[in-house]
Design a protein around this ligand. Sequence first.
Ligand SMILES: [Zn+2]
Length: 254
Amino acid sequence: MIFDTHAHYDDSAFDSDRDLLLSLLPEQGVCGVLNAGTNILSSKKSIELSKKYPYVYSAVGIHPECVSVSDTNLEILKDLSKDKKVIAVGEIGLDYHYSQENKNLQIDFFEKQILIANELSLPILVHDREAHMDTLNLLKNYQPKGVVHCFSGSLEMAEEILKLGMFIGVGGVVTFKNAKKLVQVVKEVPLESILLETDAPYMAPVPNRGKRCDSSYIKFTAQKIAEIKNKSYEEVLLQTKSNALKLFRLEESL
Ligand SMILES: [Zn+2]
């Protein structure tokens, strides 16, 4: 029942046991994983993984921390996006936490990748860290389909995202003690607009916080959402899975 809409199984944290771990996921209740690329090499690895496992899908994209001055990467990215296991462009977006010096370059890459996604009718996986206003403005301008992954904005921003017909990605952070703002967002936003995700190997939920995360840990996130929204655990898994199938247009294949 678990559809993990954001993971990085190409990450070196999985080098020692990647294949074993991925092959055991279905036994843990995982029916789908969307593996997000962060640069060209990682996007290629992501596609390779999605070819190997029927329940693994791929997103290709250049993460804001990986943008570079040359644009040729975007041409390669566009070619990669045409593979049939590629169901999204991501992860793309803005990250002003580490650097604001290359703001304009980040915005340029984000814009160009949104345009690629729109041209190919693919949804996007948005990374927005400490860049809420600029992210929202670009989303309003270009109106892509997609999800704001690891949502960290206010309830007001969440409402703007919903107005655009986009989804809110919720991961392990919602189980953290200091997640008051996100808990409020989860409480107010309809379950029909929430996607579950891990960001594996990062962001493992409590009680595994700090450990290497994998898609099976989503159960802790789903339990927390069920508690916040006063719904059953099964309903949270079922509804969020159906949200993912709808956004990524997988209804027929799963
Ligand atoms: Zn990520």
